[in-house]
Design a protein around this ligand. Structure first.
Ligand code: TRP
Length: 361
């Protein structure tokens, strides 16, 4: 069986370092591993509209931002199809059929939907499109026969829902769809990178994100004002690592080479942590190190972005080409789905013959 990746992001804002360690970095590795037959990376504008229906301009503006972020981290259109969800009408058609296989109570039990309903104060006024987006996400994944979906932990309930739809479809209509596997980030810090203020969630409204497109100065300012251990007042005080954002970021970003290059008096992160916990290591020194580590990772991303920003029409062209390829793949699956569901009337010679015999006695 071919190995196929499908994943994506809602274009509701520029992508930040949480997206990077949570998924983007891994996608680039997978892309370059050569282990996958096809890779589809989707800008989920239609899904973003399910809770931004009154603000289409925001989504429209962010499609290009996300595309630039994708290209700047090293997603390569020669290896990965970058496309825009709304341009693949086959996806909505699949959703319409999958809706028959999912109950309202099952959607209400979906933890992501449940949490988002609360967060957005939707309660009974939830738009039907938003309520059913797990079904649309199942269409995104199955349309491409994805075997592997590299996403953050928050997407687990969506993958569960997708698997259920696949099993149900295959058991009712015969083996047609492929059950996907989720691929989670490798370590806990990457699973859920906190905001620079130490809050669990990075969000634009809280102003606690480091964006991939931030300037060098922005990154430095944000790092130097990061939340650490509030009880670590004097340098000689013993410090706490747990819940200390600077160390969480180091867990997510630092590599052994960074120590040799920027902080040679320590061999590795464990030694640095140990010194901090013992006392005698100041926050400023650790923050300066983190800043060096982040700049090292982000500088090539920033440079690639600047190149792509010079030719925006070409970026749209990449998305258009990717969308054409994606549409073709989705159309193939949709045809198989229709065949399995016996709604392929005009290509079914046997059906036409059977019906004519019935009436020609
Ligand atoms: N729900 C994802 C997010 O909020 C975006 C998305 C839509 C997606 N369809 C998908 C991710 C299919 C993986 C697979 O970021």
């Amino acid at each position: 069986m071919s190995k196929i990746i499908l994943t994506g992001d809602r274009p509701t804002g520029r992508l930040h370092v949480g997206h990077y360690v949570g998924s983007l970095r891994r996608r680039v590795e997978l892309q370059n591993s050569g282990e996958f037959d096809k890779i589809f990376i989707m800008i989920a504008d239609a899904q973003a509209l399910t809770d931004n229906a009154d603000n289409p301009e925001k989504i429209r503006q962010n499609v290009i931002e996300v595309a630039l972020d994708y290209l700047s981290v090293g997603l390569d259109p020669a290896k990965s199809n970058l496309f825009i969800q709304s341009q693949i009408s086959e996806l909505t058609e699949l959703s319409f059929f999958y809706m028959n296989l999912v109950t309202v109570s099952r959607l209400q039990r979906n933890p992501t939907v449940k949490a988002e309903i609360q967060m957005r104060n939707f309660e009974a006024s939830i738009p039907v499109g938003f309520f059913t987006y797990p079904i649309s996400q199942a269409s995104d994944i199955t349309a491409f026969k994805a075997t592997t979906v590299p996403v953050g932990e928050d997407q687990l309930p969506m993958l569960e829902q997708t698997k259920e739809i696949v099993r149900k479809f295959n058991s009712v209509y015969g083996e047609t769809l492929v059950e996907p596997e989720i691929l989670l980030p490798e370590n806990a810090a990457c699973l859920r990178l906190p905001g620079t203020d130490g809050k669990a969630k990075m969000s634009k409204s809280l102003g606690n994100c480091i964006y991939l497109s931030d300037t060098e100065e922005d990154v430095r300012t944000k790092v130097m004002s990061m939340y650490t251990d509030p009880d670590h007042i004097k340098i000689t005080d013993p410090g706490k690592i747990e819940g200390n954002t600077v160390f969480t970021y180091l867990d997510a970003f630092s590599k052994p080479e960074h120590f040799a290059e920027f902080l040679p008096e320590y061999n590795n992160l464990d030694e640095l942590k140990e010194h901090y916990q013992r006392g005698g290591l100041g926050d400023v020194k650790v923050k300066k190190f983190l800043n060096n580590v982040l700049q090292d990772e982000l500088a090539p991303i920033r440079a690639r972005r600047a190149e792509f920003e010079k030719d925006i029409p070409e970026v749209y062209n990449i998305l258009k080409k990717g969308s054409d390829v994606a549409r073709e793949a989705a159309a193939e699956t949709l045809a198989e789905v229709k065949r399995a569901m016996k709604i392929n009337y005009f290509e079914d010679r046997a059906l036409i013959e059977e019906q004519s015999k019935k009436y020609q006695r």
